[in-house]
Ligand binder design. Sequence first.
Ligand SMILES: Cc1ncc(COP(=O)(O)O)c(C=O)c1O
Length: 388
Amino acid sequence: MEEHVKRMLDVSFSATMRISKLAKEMKDGGEDIISLAIGEPDFDTPDFIIEAAYEAMKEGFTHYTPPKGIAELREAIAEKSRKENDLDFSSENILVTPTKHAIFMSVLAHLDDGAEVILPDPAWVSYEPIVKFADGILRRVPVREEDARLGQEELQEAITSRADMMILNSPCNPTGKMMNKEELKMVRDLAVDNDLLVVTDEVYEKLVFEGEHVSIASLDGMRERTITVNGFSKAYAMTGWRIGWLACTKELLENIAKIQTHSVTCATSFGQKAAYVALNEKEKSEKAFEHMMDRYRERREIVIKRLKEIDGFECDKPESTFYTFPSFDHDKDCMEMSMYLLREAKVATTPGSAFGDRGKKHLRLSFANSKENIQEAMDRIERAVEKL
Ligand SMILES: Cc1ncc(COP(=O)(O)O)c(C=O)c1O
């Protein structure tokens, strides 16, 4: 059958598929591959959350839920948003759905055909395809070389009269940067002046080592024009559960709820119950979270120290997330460098260009892996780079 659906032609699975596929083939073939390309916590979901899901299932909580989510979870998320993010929302402003689907629905529900979307470069791999699925036009804005922040002039230049939306991700995958108040206010002013809707992905909000995460929707003038997306995947090690949420005005939420109703219907019922327990059992969650953060903190130090020792590599210490985004000064582009490290060092990395052109001379190295594996991987990378 001939493939001709226009919307699909411009979207591929991922620029990094070739490397991931090869890494898997090498591993399956018995080679000792260490992956620093991992995009999820290497910890399992804490037991008390698993038990809550099991209890819910045993009690028969295995049916559909209301599309926007169960009442107690929406209320708990609203309370969290008020207390931790200074967002003036009640449960009616919350819709429960996987984080990625929240972004997908936010864009699909609020972007007209051919409207433009401002997206920083580099940015997480799925925003671009999502905008394309919604028949939007992307305007990528490279972050500044010196500090990986958005520049006012560059942003202003990218915003035309056809711009409808901006997508932000702070803390940022892949750079590990957080937008500071000054940057957020600058973005706020441009969003207000140009009447833009902002979709902000804050899924790494809790994985912060230094500084303070600020939700842009808490700034004056942003409540009405922001959809804040967040979820349980990263902070609670719950990637497979597919539970996250979005928070916005009731008006914005209504169109999104139509898509939820006619696509996935609702998020998994017992997953929602477990997510409620994760939010509600604060002491247990805190303990599990601190255990993970202590490990991430330790690994971050190792990766940064080791990267500094590798010829041609430079890397800022990430303030947040479990990613580092080093640049390298060699003839190879990032795809070639990543492929070389896979073949020569048996270490899988993510080429920076997967996140946009601005990442061409970067690799993304994740430290969601054990200390021992990270040490070994860095030894191998160092030896391989010496040979270049
Ligand atoms: C920046 C960013 N946003 C959203 C997601 C998707 O989150 P979820 O798997 O919870 O849908 C990811 C996953 O890696 C991510 O890195």
